[in-house]
Design a protein around this ligand. Structure first.
Ligand SMILES: NC(=O)c1ccc[n+]([C@@H]2O[C@H](COP(=O)([O-])OP(=O)(O)OC[C@H]3O[C@@H](n4cnc5c(N)ncnc54)[C@H](OP(=O)(O)O)[C@@H]3O)[C@@H](O)[C@H]2O)c1
Length: 227
């Protein structure tokens, strides 16, 4: 399948590398291809610059957000929260129309330092803002409650016995995404929370997720629902 991933950060790279490894045709999208390739500085976590990563993953193509959205039959949004709607606007409404858009973004506001707050919460969510702005896209929120390496390899933690959530208005799109999560990444415990408004709940897990990361000293953990 042709898959378009909007976002060149750790999440975009992790999803892209995994999907290319299992044989999909992958394009990863950025605001400015030349500027992204010209960047020679490591990211804020010390990871190599994007161009070095791309050289090591030479089946993956790099394009603008619009080229990437046009290329993908299924799309991922892995852009910074405050940049997600601008990135999707640059991708172009017509390139999103009718497609599944798997939204991994979180509405984190770092403007007052750490820990970040949420710039939308309680009565709305970033996923809903995206779905309202692009009504013809089939937005499915998922994977936003995990660190990137766990998204594509849940089995490394407790043999995959931990939970993932999906939210979205389109039942067919959610069923397809649940299948992708199982087949591509090996997820076993996936709960369909309901329509896109349920993304308020998973986005609002971030404040506790961030504090757990601080306390545990690692992002390699997840929530497990027991009843
Ligand atoms: N890191 C994790 O483990 C993790 C886990 C769960 C969820 N998330 C969420 O996943 C998303 C991606 O996270 P990340 O850490 O991979 O990368 P990130 O640094 O949050 O986002 C990088 C991407 O955002 C784009 N971007 C930055 N500012 C923009 C703007 N003003 N307008 C449009 N696009 C802009 C960048 O474009 P360029 O390519 O042009 O630079 C880049 O493609 C975030 O929403 C994050 O909260 C992250």
């Amino acid at each position: 399948m042709n898959i378009g991933i909007l976002g060149t950060g750790g999440v975009g790279q992790t999803i892209a590398a995994k999907l290319a490894d299992i044989g999909h045709a992958v394009m990863i999208g950025t605001r400015d291809v030349s500027a992204t390739l010209a960047n020679t500085t490591a990211d804020r976590y010390g990871n190599p610059p994007f161009g070095a990563w791309l050289q090591a993953h030479n089946t993956i193509r790099l394009g603008t957000f619009a080229e990437t959205a046009a290329f993908g039959e299924v799309l991922f949004n892995a852009t910074v929260g405050f940049g997600s709607i601008p990135a999707l606007e640059a991708a172009g409404e017509s390139n999103l129309a009718g497609k599944i858009l798997i939204d991994i973004s979180n509405p984190l506001d770092f403007s007052q330092g750490m820990p970040p707050s949420l710039f939308v919460s309680n009565t709305d969510s970033l996923a809903e803002q995206i779905q309202r702005r692009f009504p013809s896209a089939k937005v499915v929120k998922t994977l936003n409650t995990l660190t990137a390496p766990l998204m594509v390899n849940p089995a490394v933690l407790a043999d995959g016995d931990h939970d993932l959530f999906v939210s979205g208005n389109d039942a067919g799109a959610k069923a397809a995404v649940i299948g992708y999560l199982r087949d591509w990444f090996g997820w076993k415990r996936i709960t369909d929370l309901g329509d896109i408004t349920t993304a308020r709940g998973t986005e609002m897990l971030l404040p506790i997720w961030i504090r757990l990361m601080g306390t545990l000293g690692t992002g390699m953990f997840n929530f497990k629902i027991v009843r």
